[in-house]
Ligand binder design. Structure first.
Ligand SMILES: NC(=O)c1ccc[n+]([C@@H]2O[C@H](COP(=O)([O-])OP(=O)(O)OC[C@H]3O[C@@H](n4cnc5c(N)ncnc54)[C@H](OP(=O)(O)O)[C@@H]3O)[C@@H](O)[C@H]2O)c1
Length: 240
């Protein structure tokens, strides 16, 4: 039995991965569907196709929730593996001189507001009783207490906002569904398109499959007392 099996042990439940086209999201979906995983319904969303989910478009998130409501079996695992650091237009800021309102707004839209919309529409679908997990991928650089280098203002600030959204939402979730767990997870530095331009020598860069195994192992070990937490891929708490 491999490390993540217990996190996926309910054979009639649904696991949902948002951002299934991403480096980490695809690896998580593969691991959940792997030969060692028990039979279960694994859904991985993308921004393409007729059932596209764009987390910045609330109507598409609401449509996803509607589709999930019609499935048999509980939604017991949601992993939000979406995120934005750079694209063809925006590069992480090296100085305050690079701050650009459009860049900052886009980072907040994808990294903070989008995940908040996922929580708004998907947390109500978690079972009222029994263990369930909503995990969103944050980043250690979103930690304010751990910030010693500066730079990357939009990414850091949007992930810090995400962490606050997780914490705030987790408190409400506990009142409604005491067995449910909502956390922010740092995957470590992982070899994906997101990290590629910044993966310099000396960094501990892990492959997506290893990162997925680590994250699923952390999810497996989460307790109700971890609700609202910010943890890394080893299950260690990160300062806010
Ligand atoms: N890789 C790392 O070293 C590292 C380190 C720390 C934290 N993280 C975090 O881990 C998460 C996953 O990162 P990754 O490395 O796997 O990145 P990635 O390979 O670039 O994947 C990002 C995913 O987010 C999706 N996405 C972006 N905007 C979206 C939107 N508006 N609606 C729906 N999906 C959207 C992308 O979809 P498309 O394919 O359609 O673009 C893609 O599936 C991110 O939150 C990132 O901040 C990564």
């Amino acid at each position: 039995m491999n490390a993540h099996t217990e996190a996926t042990d309910d054979r009639h439940a649904t696991a949902l991965v948002i951002g299934g086209t991403g480096g980490i999201g695809a690896a998580i979906a593969d691991a959940l569907r792997g030969p060692d995983a028990p039979a279960r319904n694994v859904i991985a969303t993308s921004r393409r196709g007729s059932d596209a989910v764009d987390i910045c478009d609330e109507a598409s998130v609401a449509a996803l929730a509607s589709r999930l409501k019609s499935l048999s079996g509980d939604l017991t695992l949601v992993i939000d593996a979406t995120g934005f650091l750079h694209d063809e237009t925006f590069t992480p800021e090296k100085t305050w001189r690079h701050i650009d309102p459009a860049h900052m707004a886009h980072a907040f839209a994808v990294n903070a507001i989008g995940p908040a919309l996922l929580m708004k529409h998907l947390l109500p679908l978690l079972p009222a009783q029994g263990r369930s997990v909503f995990a969103t991928l944050s980043a250690r650089v979103g930690s304010i207490g751990d910030n010693r280098l500066g730079g990357w203002t939009s990414y850091r600030a949007s992930k810090a906002a995400l962490n606050q959204i997780v914490r705030t939402t987790a408190i409400e979730l506990h009142r409604r569904k005491p067995d449910a767990i909502c956390v922010a997870l740092h995957p470590g530095t992982v070899a994906t398109d997101l990290s590629a331009p910044f993966s310099t020598d000396g960094l501990d860069v892990r492959d997506p499959d290893t990162a997925a195994e680590d994250l699923l192992s952390v999810i497996k070990g989460l307790q109700p007392s971890d609700n609202g937490g910010f943890l890394d891929h080893n299950g260690a708490y990160i300062p806010w």
